[in-house]
Design a protein around this ligand. Sequence first.
Ligand SMILES: [Zn+2]
Length: 283
Amino acid sequence: MPELPEVETVRRGLERQLHDFSIERIEVLRARAVAWPPDPELFCVALQGCRVGHWQRRGKYLIAALEQQGEPAGHWGVHLRMTGQFLWLEQPREPCSHTRVRLWSSSGQELRFVDTRSFGQMWWVPPGQPPEAVITGLQKLGPEPFSDGFSPTYLAQRLAGSSRPIKSALLDQALVAGVGNIYADESLFLSGIAPSTASGRIGLARLETLHAALVEVLHTSIGAGGTTFSDFRDLSGTNGNYGNAAWVYRRGGEPCRVCGTTIRRDRLGGRSSHWCPQCQSGG
Ligand SMILES: [Zn+2]
């Protein structure tokens, strides 16, 4: 599943590729790809003729500003969920069976949304409304990991008294936006905390280490263009390099890169956790 670095990589690709992209024509091949308006036909009518402006990212959401004849025409929201991806096609090409939405420029280039599992979603936010009024998932998001609002003190306050495993807390988008399984596992390794540790039992010094590790691992991965884990691809169909450097993620059964102990893969809160029982004994 794409996490913050992958979504940020897609955002940068869209920003670069769609510079001056006006939607000449749009086709929705699968209705459930459009979360709002309820009728996909209205979505098409709203986006047709719009110029796609600046793309912003909030958590794992992508939000583009739309313009029509120089006037604001609302926003276009996208969540890739499990397997959603954009492809940029300079030349006409037949759609594959997983193609959900197609958008063409006046010169025949196509931006194609392909989604094997079909959980990806798009929204049109009418002009004058804030994106969170329509994309309600935005309302529940915690601070961005790179923002001032996300600090060791914030973590200490939010996790105080909690018996929830720290791994589950990190996956909670209301605590911090954009973190998923990969970066939760990697940052817990780097800060020496076992995934099952009760959140409220982790001291401030250790939370400072965790905070720094999470920010660092997300930064590194964005620089590498996302991760090679899972099926992530950017607009040109390539994936990033972070996977080559994973400490624990998807390394269950292999020796720890630091101490040689066998990396464990445990189920925790319905998700796999990869960790080293030797290096991650702190709290
Ligand atoms: Zn180890």
